[in-house]
Design a protein around this ligand. Sequence first.
Ligand code: NHV
Length: 851
Amino acid sequence: MKKILILLSIIPAFLIASEPPKTLQLNNDWQFSQTNKNEWHEATVPGSVQRDLIRLNILPDPYYGTNEEKVQWVEDENWDFKKSFQLTANDLQHNDALLTFEGLDTHADVYLNGSKLFHAENMFLKYEKSVKDLLREGENNLYIRFFSPIDYLMPARLTNGFEYPVGNDHRDEKMSVYSRKAPYHYGWDWGMRLVQMGIWRPVSLTFYNQSRIEDFFVEQKMVSENLVKITNHLEVFSLSDNPIEAKIRINYSIGNEKEQTETNFTLSKGINKVSVDMEIPNPKLWMPNGWGEQHLYDFTAEILIDNEVIAEKIQRIGLRSIRVVNEEDAEGKSFYFEVNGKPMFAKGANYIPGEIMNTLQDSDYYDRLYENITAANMNMIRVWGGGFYENKKFYELADEKGILIWQDFMFGCTPYPHDDAFLSNVAREAEYNVKLLRNHPSIAIWCGNNEVEESIKYWGFDKIYSEEIMEGFREGYDKTFRELLPEIVMKLDPQTFYLHGSPDTANWGRKESLNYGDAHYWGVWHGREPFEVLDENVPRFMSEFGFQSFPEMKTIRTIAEPKDFDIDSEVMKTHQKSGIGNEAIKQYMDMYYNTPSNFEDFVYVGLVMQGEGMKYGLEAHRRNRPFCMGTLYWQLNDSWPVVSWSGIDYYNNWKALHYKARDVFAPIALNVHKNEDMLDFYILSDKLTDISNLKLTISLIDFTGKKEKNIQTQVMAKANASEKVHALSIADFASLAQQENCVVHVSLTDEKNKVVAATNYYFNWPNKLNLPKTQIKQKVSYADGEYTITLSSKNLAKDVFVEIPILGTKFSDNFFDLLPGETKMVTITSPELKESDKTAVTVKHLRQTYK
Ligand code: NHV
């Protein structure tokens, strides 16, 4: 009798052994309740408790007014999630069932049908469990208890002996360092606090019979224009107790081109590591944005048994070499990216998570994000270490658009624990994420953390802590960032450069150190230094520098009422998290502008000032290549409506800064630089070939339109370089009076008289210019989805700002100067624009903000 039973149970499995795997998504029909309350609500998965409580109106809109404080209680409670799902007898016939949680936030016990499956303790890990023996025909039940990240680890804090110096953790009890959870959930100097819990990435159940491909890594061992040498690394898991003869088939395709190789191997029970070498002659190389196309190959790995495909995995691969050149040289230590053998000047920004409730970042969010990135001529984005390892779509778009990704590991601005349990948790996280991301051609560098060493060395912790604790910080740093993480990167992604942390050795308070590697220059803003120092203190690579502004009024109106329109109101202070915030904005404004007395004008002038100040720095960095080889401004985006360093606000409105970055980062840009008594004219080119026969025209134009001077000269734009092409003595060119009353308009035209680049230069900051009063003439033509506004002005109108009260509207240009007599057309696009609405378009310029 026993024999027959065994036979019966084997036969069906054998019969469907060659069936492909079957995956059930388990994201629907979850419910959640505060633990022990038994008040069950529908849960959004992926999502978070807080996101659902807001949707259910149990919590108020956390962005509005001072509501932030009203949503904090949730972090102290535990929350339960449950779900049931049905399985058929057929499902259960498979040899194995793999339950996968791609992301749990963070401390959780997970149960299935009466058994505890595991305890989760890292938001950045996938948890996967073979659950075949626990599943039942009919109803199955999942239950997850999420523990308050505050409460759960309080014993760690209480026994630690000291409080960690986590300035950005906006609660007295500094819990964030104990959890491997997105640091910014605990607050930041641009962020609200929302310590979330929940299922933040998808859940699924996969049935299969024989084997699965756990991992497929296409390592590019050698990349040249004529040949690419690849090693395909596979990890294949087999269920079968007995060794099985199998075949691996790897093929790659691009367009009509297709090649494949087959290799025999023996599959043993458990994990099998197999490598297959391959050569690709005449490769189509992947290029950064601005340098050419982003060719992507589809690599497919298949496992065959008896010529039947039993497992398959696909990777999109861009063939390219990226080398970080970080070597001692005559000036100090270089830091630059060499892509396909050519030095690339990195143009970009620091990306922070796009939502405090990060699961709100949907597919459209990423599309908009990358439209903004490419529209500003960027080629690099830094995924800064206080957020999370981004979603798949983020990296897929970077691959498709040619954006190099500087990837931090998720540590920032504080020392962390370094006990064995903590470090093994970190090791699992690093291994998982390096494996997950290493196939993306966009991954250009792994960086251990943001400013952890900098904080230990320079933020005065030694005045608070004993030498023993300080020594612990340093030891923990070395163990984590100089030993553990580089070993993992070396083992799993050996072709990609690892940097222990950013900045590497440079510190903005020590000018000589700027000659060494990458730098974060915070003398401007945190050090209250004038923008001009950005010209004097140029590093080898600027991985952070920034200046704050308020978001424009239409964004402020979503969080505040007119009675709150005051930089000192509670509402505005709730939306300003920098300790020196509004006061610093005002101090700089008094230095460079005629500070307006009314709030709306203050917001506008602040936007203009942020744009101009940052432009000054971006130009200095690009002009100083090859000494300086990149500039990433702080910060690209916002995670809620807030005053911050961002170039684009939460509602996708570009600030002046993002327009200025676009212009400075143009493939060919012009730059005028005052060098003592001289005006130097530079062409900044990222083109890979020289462009000759260009005409440079320099005009000195009075603010009322009179052309005082006009100079023309033949120049060329040298490939992949910044070159001075002309110089003038200022004294000869413009009198002191002219310097207060004129703009220098410079343009670069080609043989067909087409404008290749243009820029305006002023001899002084606006409070030392005699800007004329002027009336801008405007005409709007209305169509569904697009308005066109035509503007002109008799006299110069500086920093023209076109406004329309619809969030996220796109402008072909904004925050520009309207030269005397010039006519300019701006297109305004948004699906919300209707011809019949004739929504009001308003225009303001700088001279209107003071008497
Ligand atoms: O303050 C703006 C940004 C931060 O949001 C983010 O963490 O990595 N910022 C400033 C600095 N680094 C960063 C530099 N920090 C300091 C400067 C001066 C004194 C203390 C700290 C980013």
